[in-house]
Ligand binder design. Structure first.
Ligand code: BTN
Length: 277
């Protein structure tokens, strides 16, 4: 993969580690962080042999088909604030995908019947198109020893670019971008579009150290916005209408009696009542 020639970013990717094959770009970035790698270091691989997903799952990462990358950040942030950056990356992926799929005359081929863009976010950070997942994001932390602060933060992103056989459990709710676009896509170009968008949103994030400046745009991308969702809380499932996120990234769900509950990522899953999204 020729990455350097595509990257037009300001600061992400000043150091690039581009590998043919690696266990996991997150693990590689973690190792590099421990050796002092700088903020903005980018790890990209053509294949992962032990790709990691959320909740201990694996992320199928065959060679030559998809995009697997991790960026290393060193924000001065309490560890419990790190999850917000996963939402920031989800927005950047959505924007990058929209950019790369748009036609030369600026049209968005993926629009829904009501004229909205077909690229959205299923809270907190799955990027979906027509209800099917195209991207997964896994954020991991190295903590400073003896202190309650982040030493480095690794945002790992996998985007399904080319057609592939999805594992059985993903069939039906995963999709690859080339299948939608009906043409071959350049992974380097997509990566550049995503990272450029990330630099913009991360700049907004740093102004307030929360999502205040980008919340409105996030809510506009939220596929469940104003729709009934089921919250799979281990303490008891419930349904309500998704009312967008708080400035700190939690989902607001309104119950039938008007009570508003705050849903924290990591503890629960949220599903559309008619399926995955
Ligand atoms: C999910 O379960 O939805 C998150 C998947 C995250 C996959 C990416 S691929 C690049 C990076 N390296 C990994 O091992 N995982 C993340």
């Amino acid at each position: 993969m020729e990455i350097e020639k595509w990257l037009k970013t300001d600061w992400i990717g000043q150091t690039i580690c581009c590998l043919e094959s690696v266990d996991s770009t997150n693990l590689q970035a973690k190792r590099m962080a421990e050796e002092g790698a700088l903020e903005g270091t980018l790890v990209v691989a053509n294949e992962q042999t032990a790709g990691r997903g959320r909740r201990g799952r694996s992320w199928v990462s065959p060679p030559g088909t998809n995009l697997y990358f991790t960026i290393l950040l060193r924000p001065r942030l309490a560890p419990d604030k790190a999850a917000m950056l996963t939402l920031v990356m989800a927005m950047a992926v959505a924007k990058g995908i929209r950019r790369i799929l748009q036609t030369p005359d600026g049209r968005q081929p993926l629009t829904t019947d009501d004229g909205k863009t077909g690229v959205g976010i299923k809270w907190p950070n799955d990027v979906v198109i027509d209800g099917r997942k195209v991207c997964g994001i896994l954020t991991e932390l190295n903590l400073s020893t003896g202190q309650n602060c982040i030493d480095s933060l690794l945002i790992g992103t996998g985007i399904n670019v080319a057609l592939q056989d999805f594992p059985e459990e993903l069939k039906g709710h995963a999709i690859a971008l080339e299948e939608l676009a009906g043409r071959k896509l350049e992974r380097g170009e997509l990566l550049n579009a995503v990272l450029t968008a990330f630099e913009g949103y991360y700049g907004d994030f740093l102004l307030t150290r929360d999502l205040t400046g980008i919340k409105e745009e996030y809510d506009a991308l939220l596929v469940n916005m104003g729709r009934m969702v089921r919250v799979l809380d281990p303490k008891g499932e419930y349904e309500g209408i998704a009312r967008g996120i708080q400035n700190t990234g939690e989902l607001i769900v309104e119950l039938p009696d008007g009570e508003r509950r705050i849903v924290y990522a990591g503890e629960v899953s949220v599903r559309g009542i008619y399926g995955y999204a």
